[in-house]
Design a protein around this ligand. Sequence first.
Ligand SMILES: [Cu+2]
Length: 263
Amino acid sequence: MTGWLGLPPLAAAHGGQIDGLIGWIHIFMLVLFVGWGSFIVVALIRFRRSRNPVANYAGVKSHTSSYLEIGVAVVEAILLIGFAIPLWAARVDRRPAESEALVVHLTGEQFAWNVRYAGPDNVFGRTDIKLIDLQANPLGLDREDPAAKDDVVTLNQLYLPVNKPIIVKLRSKDVIHSFNVPELRVKQDAIPGLTIPIWFVPTVTTAEMRTRLGNPEFQYEIACAQLCGLGHYRMRGFVTIQTAEEFQKWMEEKLKENADPFK
Ligand SMILES: [Cu+2]
Protein backbone atom coordinates (compact mmCIF):
# COMPACT_ATOMS: atom_id res chain seq x y z
CA MET A 1 0.00 0.00 0.00
CA THR A 2 2.96 2.30 0.67
CA GLY A 3 5.01 1.32 -2.37
CA TRP A 4 4.54 4.83 -3.79
CA LEU A 5 6.65 6.25 -0.95
CA GLY A 6 9.82 4.50 -2.16
CA LEU A 7 10.71 3.32 1.38
CA PRO A 8 13.52 0.81 1.87
CA PRO A 9 12.39 -2.83 1.69
CA LEU A 10 10.72 -4.02 4.88
CA ALA A 11 12.23 -6.69 7.11
CA ALA A 12 10.53 -6.33 10.50
CA ALA A 13 7.16 -7.48 11.84
CA HIS A 14 6.05 -4.07 13.13
CA GLY A 15 7.22 -2.21 10.01
CA GLY A 16 3.86 -2.36 8.22
CA GLN A 17 2.30 -0.18 10.93
CA ILE A 18 5.12 2.35 10.71
CA ASP A 19 4.81 2.49 6.93
CA GLY A 20 1.03 2.84 7.23
CA LEU A 21 1.45 5.81 9.57
CA ILE A 22 4.00 7.41 7.24
CA GLY A 23 1.59 6.84 4.32
CA TRP A 24 -1.38 8.45 6.13
CA ILE A 25 0.73 11.44 7.17
CA HIS A 26 1.74 11.94 3.54
CA ILE A 27 -1.89 11.75 2.37
CA PHE A 28 -3.12 14.24 4.99
CA MET A 29 -0.23 16.58 4.30
CA LEU A 30 -0.94 16.40 0.57
CA VAL A 31 -4.59 17.37 1.23
CA LEU A 32 -3.43 20.26 3.43
CA PHE A 33 -0.88 21.36 0.82
CA VAL A 34 -3.47 21.41 -1.99
CA GLY A 35 -6.01 23.15 0.28
CA TRP A 36 -3.72 25.90 1.53
CA GLY A 37 -2.06 26.25 -1.88
CA SER A 38 -5.45 26.80 -3.59
CA PHE A 39 -6.46 29.23 -0.88
CA ILE A 40 -3.45 31.44 -1.46
CA VAL A 41 -3.97 31.41 -5.26
CA VAL A 42 -7.67 32.35 -4.87
CA ALA A 43 -6.78 35.08 -2.35
CA LEU A 44 -4.12 36.55 -4.66
CA ILE A 45 -6.53 36.76 -7.60
CA ARG A 46 -9.70 37.72 -5.79
CA PHE A 47 -8.21 40.36 -3.52
CA ARG A 48 -5.80 41.88 -6.06
CA ARG A 49 -5.18 45.60 -5.81
CA SER A 50 -6.74 46.55 -9.17
CA ARG A 51 -10.06 45.03 -8.08
CA ASN A 52 -9.93 46.26 -4.48
CA PRO A 53 -8.27 49.68 -4.46
CA VAL A 54 -9.56 50.44 -0.94
CA ALA A 55 -9.08 48.13 2.04
CA ASN A 56 -12.20 46.55 3.54
CA TYR A 57 -12.13 47.40 7.23
CA ALA A 58 -14.89 44.93 8.17
CA GLY A 59 -12.92 41.91 6.92
CA VAL A 60 -14.27 38.39 6.43
CA LYS A 61 -17.65 37.65 8.05
CA SER A 62 -18.13 34.00 7.07
CA HIS A 63 -16.98 31.25 9.46
CA THR A 64 -15.84 28.86 6.72
CA SER A 65 -12.17 29.33 7.53
CA SER A 66 -12.76 28.66 11.25
CA TYR A 67 -14.55 25.40 10.40
CA LEU A 68 -11.74 24.43 8.04
CA GLU A 69 -9.16 25.04 10.74
CA ILE A 70 -11.17 23.01 13.25
CA GLY A 71 -11.27 20.23 10.64
CA VAL A 72 -7.48 20.33 10.27
CA ALA A 73 -7.03 20.22 14.04
CA VAL A 74 -9.39 17.21 14.27
CA VAL A 75 -7.47 15.33 11.56
CA GLU A 76 -4.19 16.05 13.33
CA ALA A 77 -5.64 14.88 16.65
CA ILE A 78 -6.75 11.65 14.96
CA LEU A 79 -3.24 11.15 13.57
CA LEU A 80 -1.74 11.64 16.99
CA ILE A 81 -4.26 9.86 19.22
CA GLY A 82 -5.49 7.25 16.77
CA PHE A 83 -2.25 6.25 15.08
CA ALA A 84 0.95 7.68 16.55
CA ILE A 85 0.40 7.17 20.30
CA PRO A 86 -0.96 3.57 20.05
CA LEU A 87 1.92 2.66 17.74
CA TRP A 88 4.44 4.20 20.12
CA ALA A 89 2.83 2.41 23.09
CA ALA A 90 2.95 -0.91 21.25
CA ARG A 91 6.63 -0.39 20.44
CA VAL A 92 7.72 0.82 23.86
CA ASP A 93 5.36 -0.52 26.56
CA ARG A 94 4.59 -4.01 25.41
CA ARG A 95 8.07 -5.40 25.27
CA PRO A 96 8.33 -9.20 24.96
CA ALA A 97 9.62 -11.16 27.97
CA GLU A 98 13.40 -11.44 27.97
CA SER A 99 13.09 -15.21 28.32
CA GLU A 100 11.37 -15.37 24.93
CA ALA A 101 13.66 -12.93 23.19
CA LEU A 102 17.31 -12.60 22.29
CA VAL A 103 18.84 -9.80 24.33
CA VAL A 104 21.80 -7.98 22.78
CA HIS A 105 23.77 -5.17 24.33
CA LEU A 106 24.81 -2.58 21.78
CA THR A 107 27.20 0.14 22.87
CA GLY A 108 28.04 3.03 20.60
CA GLU A 109 31.37 4.78 20.80
CA GLN A 110 33.29 7.17 18.57
CA PHE A 111 33.14 5.57 15.97
CA ALA A 112 32.00 2.00 16.24
CA TRP A 113 29.28 -0.31 17.53
CA ASN A 114 30.20 -2.85 20.22
CA VAL A 115 27.89 -5.84 20.21
CA ARG A 116 27.61 -8.19 23.19
CA TYR A 117 25.65 -11.41 23.68
CA ALA A 118 25.19 -13.12 27.05
CA GLY A 119 26.16 -16.54 25.68
CA PRO A 120 24.63 -19.90 26.73
CA ASP A 121 24.15 -18.92 30.40
CA ASN A 122 21.95 -15.98 29.37
CA VAL A 123 23.69 -13.78 31.93
CA PHE A 124 25.71 -10.75 30.93
CA GLY A 125 28.98 -10.80 32.83
CA ARG A 126 30.47 -8.04 34.91
CA THR A 127 32.09 -5.07 33.24
CA ASP A 128 34.45 -2.60 34.84
CA ILE A 129 35.44 0.75 33.46
CA LYS A 130 39.02 0.14 34.69
CA LEU A 131 39.37 -2.88 32.41
CA ILE A 132 38.54 -0.92 29.27
CA ASP A 133 41.19 -1.24 26.60
CA LEU A 134 40.24 0.46 23.36
CA GLN A 135 41.64 -2.34 21.20
CA ALA A 136 41.50 -5.51 23.26
CA ASN A 137 38.53 -4.94 25.56
CA PRO A 138 36.42 -1.96 24.50
CA LEU A 139 33.59 -2.83 26.90
CA GLY A 140 35.78 -3.51 29.94
CA LEU A 141 34.49 -7.08 30.23
CA ASP A 142 35.78 -8.89 33.32
CA ARG A 143 36.70 -12.35 31.99
CA GLU A 144 37.37 -13.48 35.60
CA ASP A 145 33.65 -13.30 36.29
CA PRO A 146 32.12 -16.74 35.57
CA ALA A 147 29.09 -15.12 33.90
CA ALA A 148 31.38 -13.17 31.58
CA LYS A 149 33.37 -16.18 30.36
CA ASP A 150 30.82 -17.10 27.70
CA ASP A 151 29.86 -13.55 26.71
CA VAL A 152 30.35 -13.04 22.99
CA VAL A 153 31.61 -9.66 21.81
CA THR A 154 31.90 -8.41 18.24
CA LEU A 155 32.75 -5.14 16.62
CA ASN A 156 30.28 -3.66 14.11
CA GLN A 157 28.77 -7.09 13.43
CA LEU A 158 25.29 -7.73 14.74
CA TYR A 159 24.11 -11.28 14.02
CA LEU A 160 20.43 -11.99 14.62
CA PRO A 161 18.12 -14.97 14.16
CA VAL A 162 15.05 -14.43 11.98
CA ASN A 163 11.48 -14.44 13.36
CA LYS A 164 12.55 -14.11 16.98
CA PRO A 165 11.92 -11.04 19.13
CA ILE A 166 15.16 -9.13 19.58
CA ILE A 167 15.68 -6.72 22.45
CA VAL A 168 18.58 -4.38 21.83
CA LYS A 169 19.82 -2.54 24.91
CA LEU A 170 21.44 0.60 23.67
CA ARG A 171 24.21 2.43 25.44
CA SER A 172 26.88 4.95 24.58
CA LYS A 173 30.39 5.33 25.93
CA ASP A 174 30.85 8.95 24.93
CA VAL A 175 28.40 11.12 22.98
CA ILE A 176 24.89 10.65 21.61
CA HIS A 177 24.77 8.12 18.78
CA SER A 178 21.72 6.65 17.08
CA PHE A 179 20.98 3.07 16.12
CA ASN A 180 19.24 3.13 12.76
CA VAL A 181 18.49 0.16 10.53
CA PRO A 182 16.08 1.42 7.86
CA GLU A 183 14.86 -2.03 6.73
CA LEU A 184 13.99 -2.93 10.33
CA ARG A 185 12.21 0.40 10.79
CA VAL A 186 14.12 1.11 14.00
CA LYS A 187 15.85 4.29 14.98
CA GLN A 188 16.75 5.06 18.56
CA ASP A 189 19.28 7.38 20.12
CA ALA A 190 21.99 5.93 22.35
CA ILE A 191 22.49 8.36 25.21
CA PRO A 192 25.46 8.34 27.60
CA GLY A 193 24.37 7.28 31.09
CA LEU A 194 21.18 5.56 29.93
CA THR A 195 20.37 2.04 28.82
CA ILE A 196 17.56 2.24 26.30
CA PRO A 197 15.79 -0.91 25.16
CA ILE A 198 14.37 -1.21 21.68
CA TRP A 199 12.76 -4.33 20.24
CA PHE A 200 11.71 -5.75 16.90
CA VAL A 201 11.20 -9.05 15.11
CA PRO A 202 13.29 -9.44 11.95
CA THR A 203 11.32 -11.27 9.27
CA VAL A 204 13.66 -11.54 6.28
CA THR A 205 17.11 -13.12 6.38
CA THR A 206 20.03 -11.44 4.64
CA ALA A 207 20.10 -14.33 2.12
CA GLU A 208 16.38 -13.94 1.33
CA MET A 209 16.73 -10.19 0.94
CA ARG A 210 19.66 -10.68 -1.45
CA THR A 211 17.54 -12.94 -3.66
CA ARG A 212 14.53 -10.63 -3.43
CA LEU A 213 16.53 -7.57 -4.46
CA GLY A 214 18.67 -9.46 -6.98
CA ASN A 215 21.72 -8.00 -5.27
CA PRO A 216 24.18 -10.60 -3.95
CA GLU A 217 26.13 -7.86 -2.11
CA PHE A 218 23.19 -6.59 -0.06
CA GLN A 219 23.85 -6.01 3.64
CA TYR A 220 21.60 -4.66 6.36
CA GLU A 221 23.51 -1.70 7.65
CA ILE A 222 23.49 0.11 10.97
CA ALA A 223 23.89 3.77 10.21
CA CYS A 224 24.66 6.06 13.11
CA ALA A 225 21.86 8.61 12.75
CA GLN A 226 23.28 11.31 15.01
CA LEU A 227 26.16 13.51 13.95
CA CYS A 228 28.55 12.25 16.61
CA GLY A 229 31.94 13.67 15.64
CA LEU A 230 34.51 13.84 12.88
CA GLY A 231 34.43 10.10 12.20
CA HIS A 232 30.62 9.93 12.12
CA TYR A 233 30.63 9.03 8.43
CA ARG A 234 32.50 5.80 9.08
CA MET A 235 30.40 4.70 12.04
CA ARG A 236 28.64 1.88 10.30
CA GLY A 237 27.86 -1.60 11.44
CA PHE A 238 26.31 -4.56 9.69
CA VAL A 239 23.35 -6.70 10.63
CA THR A 240 23.32 -10.28 9.42
CA ILE A 241 19.94 -11.94 9.78
CA GLN A 242 20.12 -15.72 9.67
CA THR A 243 17.93 -18.74 10.21
CA ALA A 244 17.86 -20.03 13.80
CA GLU A 245 20.21 -22.92 12.88
CA GLU A 246 22.74 -20.68 11.11
CA PHE A 247 22.68 -18.28 14.03
CA GLN A 248 23.26 -21.12 16.49
CA LYS A 249 26.22 -22.30 14.43
CA TRP A 250 27.69 -18.80 14.31
CA MET A 251 27.30 -18.47 18.08
CA GLU A 252 29.06 -21.79 18.67
CA GLU A 253 31.98 -20.74 16.48
CA LYS A 254 32.28 -17.49 18.42
CA LEU A 255 32.23 -19.41 21.72
CA LYS A 256 35.05 -21.61 20.43
CA GLU A 257 37.08 -18.51 19.56
CA ASN A 258 36.44 -17.25 23.11
CA ALA A 259 37.68 -20.46 24.67
CA ASP A 260 40.87 -20.35 22.59
CA PRO A 261 41.63 -16.73 21.78
CA PHE A 262 44.98 -17.57 20.14
CA LYS A 263 43.49 -19.82 17.52
CU1 LIG B 1 27.75 7.85 16.08
